[in-house]
Design a protein around this ligand. Structure first.
Ligand SMILES: *Cc1c(COP(=O)(O)O)cnc(C)c1O
Length: 393
């Protein structure tokens, strides 16, 4: 039997609309000037959407570079024949530099220790380095007072190529723009000092999705598009462009419909007890798929255009919902866990709020055992599951 055909039959799947990914890239491209590049940030398996297919779609739609968090994530993309520039945005150890250089993966230098360590390389293929300046987030980056010295050390290093200088905004998704504007001012001053010293900067970049959506002032040479690429707003205060739409719908199917009599306790700990005779439905999805246990007794799914409440605890592999009064639900009915359109929709942001988290954490938490079903023009073009990527068209 064809393994791919087997995978496509798992009830719980993440449907990934590649046309949405492409459309979201084009919407941003249309909003920025032609000289500004778009980096598709595909870390964490493209925020759970499938890094390989998403990267291909984003590059085809006008992104020119990819951003990841680790060298391994970059290597995985290289392994799959993706030759576009890739930058590791997060910290890497000196021990990873040779591998990155060999595979032409850009790294980020965010501490003087790393700058000095990488400057010690005497030979080999030059490593492409982006200097990360911490303009206020206090996480990863050299402070503005050290930026010029860091760039001097990198410029003098024999086996380093300066690829860029960048910063990252910690509050661009908030109503008040002043912290972000202050970060930009600090960044611009550092970049100016580097230029005045006659040193190269490579690509200058600052904006994440929220920065990009909030103001053109943050665009610089390159915008780093993460959450907006997936059609999800960074926050309620940083809305998407009107033509952008979500790419992921997490779906499943009703596995079993069964009656509850008053007093029946549902799932581990019997935290829900049926107050009256009712019907329940079993959904084969749980927290090991990325459907959060925090949604126990407070989440909702959509079945046949109706919201159905989660009864009791979400288990590792299964959950139980109440069948809404008067709604006809039978085995194999499609269930929307999040995403979807029209009456069948339940927004990721809404589910995230119920779970006490943000959309980023929900989508990036969809685990490897959930098959990703990739769609273009409404047709399945590929399925990626634990056995690999299977292109169907
Ligand atoms: C993850 C990341 C981004 C993308 O952020 P979004 O809010 O998802 O757009 C941009 N830049 C850096 C350095 C990142 O780590």
């Amino acid at each position: 039997m064809d393994v791919a055909a087997g995978a496509s039959r798992r009830a719980t799947r993440a449907l990934i609309d590649l046309d949405a990914i492409a459309g979201n890239v084009r919407a941003i491209r249309a909003a920025i000037s032609s000289g500004v590049q778009v980096m598709a940030v595909v870390k964490a398996n493209a925020y759970g959407h499938g890094a390989r297919m998403v990267s291909e779609a984003a590059l085809a739609a006008g992104a020119s570079r990819l951003g990841v968090a680790t060298v391994d994530e970059a290597l995985q993309l290289r392994l799959h024949g993706i030759n576009a520039p890739i930058q590791v945005l997060g910290p890497v150890s000196i021990a990873e530099v040779e591998t990155a250089a060999e595979r032409e993966i850009d790294v980020s230098a965010g501490s003087m220790e790393f700058v000095n360590g990488v400057a010690l390389r005497q030979s080999g293929r030059p490593i492409r380095v982006h200097l990360k300046i911490d303009t206020g987030m206090r996480r990863f980056g050299v402070l503005p007072v050290d930026a010029l010295a860091a760039m001097k050390a990198l410029a003098a290093a024999p086996a380093v190529e300066i690829a860029g200088v960048f910063t990252h905004f910690g509050q661009a998704d908030e109503v008040d723009p002043s912290p972000t504007e202050a970060q930009l001012r600090g960044f611009n001053e550092s970049v100016a000092a580097i230029r005045t010293a006659g040193l190269p900067t490579g690509l200058v970049h600052a904006a994440n999705s929220a920065g990009q959506l909030r103001s053109r002032d943050f665009d610089a040479d390159l915008v780093r598009l993460g959450i907006a690429l997936y059609g999800l707003p960074p926050s309620a205060d940083a809305p998407l462009l009107p033509e952008m739409r979500p790419a992921m719908t997490l779906v499943s199917r009703v596995q079993r419909v069964f009656p509850l009599i008053p007093g029946d306790g549902v799932s581990y700990g019997a935290t829900f007890r049926a107050p009256r005779p009712m019907r329940a439905a079993l959904i084969p999805a749980g927290y090991a798929d990325g459907y959060r246990r925090a949604l126990s007794n407070c989440g909702e799914v959509v079945i046949n255009d109706h919201r159905a409440p989660i009864l009791g605890r979400v288990c590792m592999d299964q959950l139980v919902v109440g069948v809404p009064e008067g709604v006809d639900v039978v085995v194999d009915n499609e269930v929307t866990l999040w995403g979807g359109i029209g009456d069948n929709a339940i927004g990721v942001a809404q589910v995230a709020e119920r779970a006490g988290t943000i959309a980023y954490e929900l989508v990036s938490g969809v685990s490897a055992r959930v098959p990703r079903v990739f769609l273009r023009d409404g047709q399945v073009v590929a399925i990626e599951d634990l056995t690999g990527l299977h292109r169907t068209r």
